[in-house]
Design a protein around this ligand. Structure first.
Ligand code: SAM
Length: 229
């Protein structure tokens, strides 16, 4: 049997490429996006009641990592990228039906568009459903996951004088907290854990309309070098 799923909308996100996106939602509260619904769901009726809700579950398609290959085991970055686990024990984007799920903060609803934050979705990700987060049912006091017991280890982030000045200018221009967004994303250390950082190797990510470049002066420190537009 084949089921067809159609997007109900798309997210316009601060993340313009996959590299650097936090590996789960809510790790970067300054990461924001706007969900625009498609007809027939782009009506106030479909959103009635959502003003009483702080967080949403977004169900979406990992449209930028679709392949036909069946993967029973995957290598989650959390385990350094060199240890494999059963696909159903992970939140890998390489999975059956390519369905992702993220809990995000609902900040506002304006003209039937949903303003959300704490996202881990790439720009233009197709959204296939939205559900309210229900604290009594969705938060489980005695739950455990021995593979991912705590939030991932974070790394310190420093700034070159130039990059800091540029971050503040872009914050004012874009009316977004760019410095916080960059720090929250880089603190997660986007570099694959198996890769050795050397000071001469530069990394980059695209946020909104800016390119952020950084390097690792040493293993446990990131320095933001320059932001270009
Ligand atoms: N929270 C979701 C879940 O558990 O299903 C996503 C977890 S997945 C490990 C998060 C990663 O998915 C991000 O770091 C980003 O690189 C990737 N990603 C986000 N949007 C995507 C998209 N539209 N297509 C492919 N990969 C995407």
């Amino acid at each position: 049997m084949v089921y067809q799923i159609n997007p109900i909308g798309y997210i316009s996100s601060c993340f313009k490429e996959k590299f650097g996106i936090p590996r789960q939602p809510l790790l970067a509260p300054a990461a924001t996006g706007v969900i625009e619904l498609l007809p027939p769901y782009n009506k106030a009726e479909a959103l009635e009641g959502l003003e009483k809700v702080s967080h949403l579950w977004l169900l979406f398609i990992f449209n930028q990592s679709m392949d036909e290959k069946v993967r029973l085991k995957v290598r989650p970055p959390r385990l350094g990228g060199n240890k494999s686990l059963g696909v159903f024990a992970t939140r890998s984007n390489f999975r059956p039906n390519n369905i992702g799920q993220s809990v995000v903060r609902l900040d506002d609803i304006i003209e039937n568009k949903l303003y959300v934050s704490g996202i881990d979705l790439l720009d233009e990700t197709p959204i296939i459903d939205i559900k309210p987060y229900i604290p009594y049912a969705d938060s489980i006091n005695d739950a455990y996951n021995l593979i991912a017991e705590t939030a991932p280890r974070t790394i310190n982030v420093t700034w070159s004088a130039l990059a800091l000045e540029q971050a503040l200018l872009h914050s004012a221009r874009l009316q977004h907290p760019i410095k916080q967004l960059i720090e929250q994303c880089l603190m997660q250390d986007p570099k694959p854990a198996y890769q050795k950082a050397t000071p001469d190797k530069h990394y980059g990510m695209k946020l909104w309309d800016i390119d952020v470049k950084w390097h690792y002066p040493h293993e446990n420190l990131i320095e933001v070098l320059i932001i270009s537009h």
